[in-house]
Design a protein around this ligand. Structure first.
Ligand SMILES: NC(=O)c1ccc[n+]([C@@H]2O[C@H](COP(=O)([O-])OP(=O)(O)OC[C@H]3O[C@@H](n4cnc5c(N)ncnc54)[C@H](OP(=O)(O)O)[C@@H]3O)[C@@H](O)[C@H]2O)c1
Length: 429
């Protein structure tokens, strides 16, 4: 049986998961593929570090220089799982130049440098696979690229950052403050020591940029995604949302309006009965609305060594199939027609607004007046007395334009009767 050599660059959480899964299922994979998939060489940084599986048990040559992997003639597929931009970009480009197919879990790299990497791969006649870059083990890229290839996707909504979803779930369950839950998530290994990419929504923006590019056959860059993270949410917002029949989720949203694409990432109030509202903890889900199929939902583990390895090894096997069939099936987002991304100011949705204000006559009228002046109408309102002559005013609006809402919010924040900047979240129904 033919043997195909795989070069693994990075042997951390995900790299070890790939090695474990390949060891456990090597025979089954060989039977399904008609060829043996074998680790040929592994690159890591610290050879002394304990791993599961240990490198000794694998009997595979190990190096601390990734060039040894990309220059190895017997490595036909390079799997990059070191993360970050450098040297991941340099090694991917080197592997492509050397005629290797590449498989990666690196959304940050593809979102920032996808153009360069995909066009280099096209020129070299090799493939770039990246199923693991969005929603870990969930086959969402394959679903868009293959399962729904004949359908037209109108919109998708994703919970694609497990850390953010864990934080919101715990804040809601325990009524705990954001900072405390973040510490809990870090202790449990669900959040990085530097959590910025996750809690500021940047990781989700990278992922929705990739998903929207594929779904709408255009090229969306992360800088075009309106991005807010879970760090703007307070436990009180979750409790208020529940009183109105909503749950707050960190959503990545992309909609095709024909003439323009709408793409945004932010904490969002969604109806409690919506399927996405039940996605808890570190789990991920992507809800797609396509014209012929209608709604479909993809739900499961978006991170973790074993779950992510399922996607990576699936991609490795796909690349091996290409080698066996000598086919070249580009796995890149193809741009059919460039389309503008709709300015956030032009986006319309409903809003949740929470105000800390003086408990005195006329406050609600002034707030309502400012909203009305910007063409925003109130759907529901609750006022609750707080301590020291203060009150909390929570309003849900009907659909309004973001530009108008930001202008009204600016005016309301300047009212002398309003003691803190208004807290504003968007609603998706
Ligand atoms: N963790 C997840 O659940 C998950 C899910 C989806 C996608 N991803 C993506 O998968 C990628 C890897 O994540 P991870 O969690 O596995 O990271 P990780 O645990 O930090 O592992 C990174 C590995 O890369 C090695 N490495 C770093 N720089 C290197 C260099 N210059 N040369 C050779 N090896 C180097 C490290 O070596 P040492 O071990 O010797 O330090 C380590 O083995 C990232 O792009 C991440 O976004 C991760």
């Amino acid at each position: 049986m033919r043997r195909i050599g795989i070069g693994l660059i990075g042997f951390g959480t995900v790299g070890q998961g790939v090695a474990r899964l390949l060891s456990a299922n090597a025979e089954m994979i060989a039977a399904r593929l008609g060829a043996t998939v074998a680790l040929q060489r592994i690159a890591l940084r610290d050879p002394a570090r304990a791993r599961n599986p240990s490198v000794e048990s694998l009997g595979v040559p190990v190096t601390t220089d990734w060039r040894d992997v990309v220059d190895d003639r017997d490595v036909r597929v390079v799997c990059e799982v070191i993360g970050g931009l450098d040297p991941a970009r340099e090694l991917m480009m080197a592997a492509i130049r050397n005629g290797k197919h590449v498989v990666t879990a690196n959304k940050h790299l593809l979102a920032e440098h996808g153009d360069e990497i995909f066009s280099a791969a096209d020129n070299a006649g090799v493939e770039v696979h990246f199923e693991a870059a969005v929603a870990g083990g969930l086959p969402i890229i394959r679903t868009i690229r293959e399962g729904l290839v004949a359908d037209r996707i109108d919109a998708l909504w994703g919970i694609v950052n497990g850390t953010s979803n864990f934080i919101l779930t715990r804040m809601e369950q325990a009524g705990t403050a954001f900072a405390d839950v973040l510490r809990e998530a870090q202790a449990a290994g669900y959040a990085e020591a530097d959590p910025t990419l996750d809690i500021e929504g940047i990781d989700a923006a990278h992922k929705i940029a990739l998903l929207a590019s594929l779904a709408f056959a255009t090229r969306i860059r992360p800088g075009q995604v309106f991005t807010r993270g879970v760090s703007i949410v307070e436990a009180a917002d979750l409790a208020w949302a529940a009183r109105f029949g909503f749950r707050v989720k960190h959503l990545a949203i992309a909609k095709d309006h024909g003439d323009a694409i709408e793409v945004r990432v932010h904490p969002t109030l969604i109806p409690r009965e919506w399927l996405l509202a039940s996605v808890s903890g570190v789990l991920n889900a992507v809800y797609i609305r396509s014209r012929a199929l209608g709604p479909s939902l993809y739900y499961g583990h978006g991170a973790g060594g074993d779950a992510t390895a399922v996607a990576l090894l699936g991609d490795i096997i796909d690349a091996c199939r290409s080698l066996l069939a000598f086919r070249h099936a580009p796995a890149r987002p193809t741009e059919v027609a460039p389309r503008p991304v709709r300015e956030m100011g032009d986006v319309e949705c409903r809003y949740y607004l929470r105000l800390a204000c003086s408990d005195q006559p006329g406050v609600l009228a002034r707030v309502a007046g400012a909203l009305a002046a910007h063409d925003i109408s109130i759907a529901e309102v609750v006022q609750e007395r707080a301590a020291d002559g203060q009150a909390t005013l929570v309003l849900l609006t009907h659909r309004a334009r973001e530009r108008n809402m930001q202008a009204a919010r600016g005016e309301i924040d300047r009212f002398d009767v309003v003691s803190q900047p208004a807290r504003l979240l968007r609603i998706e129904e």
